[in-house]
Design a protein around this ligand. Sequence first.
Ligand code: FMN
Length: 299
Amino acid sequence: MLPIHFAPLQGFTESAYRLAHSKFAPGIHTYYTPFLRLEKGEVRAKDLRDLQTEHPYHLVPQIIVRDVAEFKTLTKTVIDLSFKEIDINMGCPYPMQTKSGRGSGILPHPEKVREILDAINASNIQFSIKMRLGRTSPEESLQLLPLLNEAPLAHITLHPRVGIQQYKGALDFETFDKFYSECKHPLIFNGDIADIKDIQYIETRYPKLAGIMIGRGLLANPVLAAQYAGLPCGTATETLLKIHADIAADFARRLQGNAQILDKIRPFWTYADLPKKIRKKIEKSKTFEEYLAAANEIR
Ligand SMILES: Cc1cc2nc3c(=O)[nH]c(=O)nc-3n(C[C@H](O)[C@H](O)[C@H](O)COP(=O)(O)O)c2cc1C
């Protein structure tokens, strides 16, 4: 049975979601925060608040950096909050990040990666890396691998696409195979896992794998990891509704006015498999009450 990691998804897996998910859907080995970044040299207050909330589950903060200076500032912030593990994002495909050399934008720059790995070497907490095959070419990850192999990493999570593909196009299993056979660290697979058959395919194809990280598949079916592990759980729909109720209550408590609450809660359904009629009602609802009535039709 492979450990299942819940992928970080900005705008979805913030603290309210993680807390509700861990309450209603067992079977997740580790949750990750969406990436922390520096804006004008500082971490956003709301990202810090998110890190400081109660987390009765294994949580690893993720950072995104363009160089070792940003790395040092962000790791200090996270360590000051008593975390002992940090994940580094070297996979983000969004041009906002890649054009300034962050996320997958760092992969074509081995000298920048080396400086960060040297700083990891000098640190006494654990680091992992979440990455893609490259920014524009899958060769980038293979060229970095000897450097990565030398660093003291807890694990690497690899999404077998390049940054410019974003989330489209086929997964490049051929390059993943090469990386897998030469990688000395525990390796976690990430990408397009939607059901138990997908998990079984990956665990059979890669028997040395250390885990599977799932993002959108868990947003669509929050009990996927529990079903895979054979743990007692509700149905996907029941659990979606329970998680949704907790988050909606949290937003209603913290936010003001219909527009603000609806803006934050409506995306909850983005990856769920909903009947078209209900999706339309959810999208068109103008008040929180109207929205809740539409969401409750799902049951
Ligand atoms: C809306 C959205 C937000 C994301 N935010 C992050 C993030 O903050 N950090 C990160 O490493 N990856 C992020 N990702 C990538 C996911 O963690 C994951 O690698 C990707 O969705 C592929 O896995 P999946 O096919 O299981 O969803 C994001 C992806 C999406 C679609």
